[in-house]
Design a protein around this ligand. Structure first.
Ligand SMILES: CC(C)(COP(=O)(O)OP(=O)(O)OC[C@H]1O[C@@H](n2cnc3c(N)ncnc32)[C@H](O)[C@@H]1OP(=O)(O)O)[C@@H](O)C(=O)NCCC(=O)NCCS
Length: 180
């Protein structure tokens, strides 16, 4: 298990699927995480079990726990590019009671350090959309920089929004947070 200051990270277990089912079908969680609202099809527990338990060769997901070991979200990476040693990170604090209380910052620092040290990545990318200011702020606190903006690439609640592309290099991360 990976330990942060107020979160820890472990593999996703079968017993987690019922909770993931609630979050991944929650409109507000989906609105912020992908801009998709309303969902056209609900995710089934079977689909989520395949996605999170069977996994895919290119997507690695983990559970986020609070300091009482309560499941509060998921974090992971996909699209690993071996020669470039890069990957794309994703994170969702699915339990809304935990938003804005420092859990996201803590888990992102822990997980990003793990990707740079244990997985030996050189660069981590991610994307969000322009109104997700909380996410942009958290990513900037971890060290991510805005590298680009895809104009009107997202359509959310009847309006076009820019996609925000962010990236972080290993040495930048270490210079802010240290190696260990
Ligand atoms: C995005 C997410 C991971 C952030 O985690 P979190 O635990 O809520 O964030 P933290 O409490 O660690 O930090 C939030 C920061 O954003 C700031 N913030 C919150 N709302 C903000 C707003 N509307 N505008 C600007 N800053 C804002 C907070 O003040 C805090 O910064 P500070 O520590 O400098 O004061 C989490 O909220 C989440 O999963 N949300 C739903 C799904 C989602 O958006 N996922 C990301 C998809 S790209």
């Amino acid at each position: 298990m990976l330990k942060g200051k107020k979160t820890s990270i472990r593999p996703i277990e079968e017993d987690d699927i019922d909770t993931l089912y609630q979050w991944y079908n929650d409109q507000e969680v989906n609105l912020w995480s992908s801009g998709a609202w309303p969902l056209n099809t609900l995710h089934s527990k079977d689909q989520l079990a395949v996605k999170f338990l069977d996994g895919s060769p290119d997507t690695y997901s983990y559970a986020i726990l609070d300091d009482d070991e309560v499941l509060i979200g998921t974090i992971g990476f996909k699209e690993a590019n071996i020669p470039a040693r890069s990957a794309t990170l994703f994170v969702v604090i699915g339990n809304k009671n935990y938003w804005g209380k420092g859990y996201g910052t803590d888990v992102l620092i822990t997980f990003t350090r793990f990707l740079f040290t244990q997985w030996n990545f050189h660069r981590i990318s991610l994307d969000t959309w322009d109104e997700n200011l909380r996410a942009i702020r958290v990513y900037e606190k971890v060290g991510f920089k805005i590298e680009g903006r895809q104009r009107e690439a997202r359509f959310v609640l009847g309006n076009y929004h820019d996609a925000i592309l962010m990236g972080l290099l290993r040495e930048e991360f270490f210079s802010i947070h240290g190696k260990f």
